[in-house]
Ligand binder design. Structure first.
Ligand SMILES: Cc1cc2nc3c(=O)[nH]c(=O)nc-3n(C[C@H](O)[C@H](O)[C@H](O)COP(=O)(O)OP(=O)(O)OC[C@H]3O[C@@H](n4cnc5c(N)ncnc54)[C@H](O)[C@@H]3O)c2cc1C
Length: 303
């Protein structure tokens, strides 16, 4: 209760205070910070996916600026020889304002990634965006078969049907590429599973469908039972290395992360950076109020 209360009032705290604990989850405000963290992770045989923080924009000028930042990020990933790609949120490019403008921006970003043989992952946002993001992905996958992937959320009741609905785009030369996660937004009960067991059961069901149909998947979870469930399915389907990897968020469950790497599996870490870190952090805290304890520790140890 106490943690939940703190998480709710935290957005009203001074930014500098929230940064004391947030810096374990955000690589920094600048692209150089993200590149530095990426090199450190690469040195531990961990791949990265970079995310420039900032979503749900209010006007299309912001979309243009966000696109330029992404293109610069792709260039720097390439120049610095980083083993990594980018994740993007379509609402940062105006998805909910003008979907054609958004499509043109995202297309430019994917084309840039393709020009340096890289890849863009389209993050999945809340349910008003689901169909729009699937449609966006479908259009881009047709033009750039090996350079774009989509996130799907196990907590949505529609997800397995969405995956099946995209299988016409799957091929051996350019497999469909999904990141499978539980889903982070608060969704209505009518369209989403709410119970931990139900979400996990659907997560594994979606994963099994992907393995059985030779779809590439980024298994994005910090939940040990799901990691173990994934290990069992990897064995059952004898999944080749090029068709899966594990994925985690920067700063979360590093011990479980290292154990997966030590077991010989590929791992990619989602590395957020940018000046708009404040919204990202307060959302993470609402998701997991026990992190509030870290803030309290931060006051004593660092403050
Ligand atoms: C690489 C990656 C990309 C993602 N992309 C998207 C996306 O595009 N769209 C979307 O809706 N969601 C996305 N998510 C978030 C995801 O949907 C979940 O909300 C989040 O990963 C928590 O679910 P979990 O599977 O780790 O299980 P949980 O049951 O939530 O967590 C299991 C355990 O992991 C630890 N843990 C989990 N999250 C945190 C945290 N933030 N801080 C500290 N400890 C934590 C806790 O110990 C917890 O008990 C992404 C997650 C990852 C790893």
């Amino acid at each position: 209760m106490f943690n939940k209360f703190i998480a709710a009032i935290l957005p009203y705290f001074p930014k500098k205070f929230v940064w004391l604990f947030s810096n374990s989850y955000i690589s920094g405000e600048k692209l150089e910070d993200a590149i530095k963290v990426s090199k450190e992770l690469n040195n531990k045989k961990i791949k990265v996916t970079l995310d420039v923080l900032g979503e749900f924009i209010k006007d299309l000028d912001e979309a243009e600026a966000n696109k330029k930042e992404c293109i610069e990020t792709i260039e720097q990933i390439h120049k610095n020889g980083i083993d990594g790609n980018m994740s993007i949120k379509p609402t940062s490019f105006g998805l909910l304002i003008d979907k054609e403008v958004c499509y043109r921006h995202v297309r430019e970003i994917v084309a840039k990634a393709a020009s340096v043989n890289n890849f863009i992952r389209i993050d999945m946002e809340d349910s008003p965006c689901t169909s729009l993001e699937i449609e966006l992905f479908r259009r881009l996958k047709t033009d750039f078969p090996g350079n774009v992937g989509l996130v799907v959320q196990a907590y949505l009741k529609r997800t397995l049907d969405d995956i099946k609905g995209l299988t016409d785009l799957n091929s051996e030369a350019a497999p469909l590429s999904f990141r499978l996660c539980k889903g982070i937004y608060v969704e209505p009960e009518a369209i989403s599973f709410k119970k931990y067991e139900e979400i996990n059961q659907h997560f594994l069901e979606d994963l099994e469908y992907m393995f059985a149909n030779k779809i590439h998947v980024g298994i994005a979870t910090h939940d040990k039972p799901l990691v173990e469930g994934a290990y069992a399915l990897l064995k059952k389907y004898n999944v080749p290395e090029h068709l899966y990897e594990f994925q985690m968020l920067y700063g979360v469950t590093p011990r479980l992360r290292d154990s997966i790497v030590n077991n010989g599996h590929k791992m990619r870490v989602y590395v957020p950076y940018g000046e708009k870190w404040f919204g990202y952090c307060t959302r993470r805290m609402k998701e997991n109020p026990s992190m509030v304890q870290d803030i309290i520790k931060a006051i004593f140890y660092k403050g």
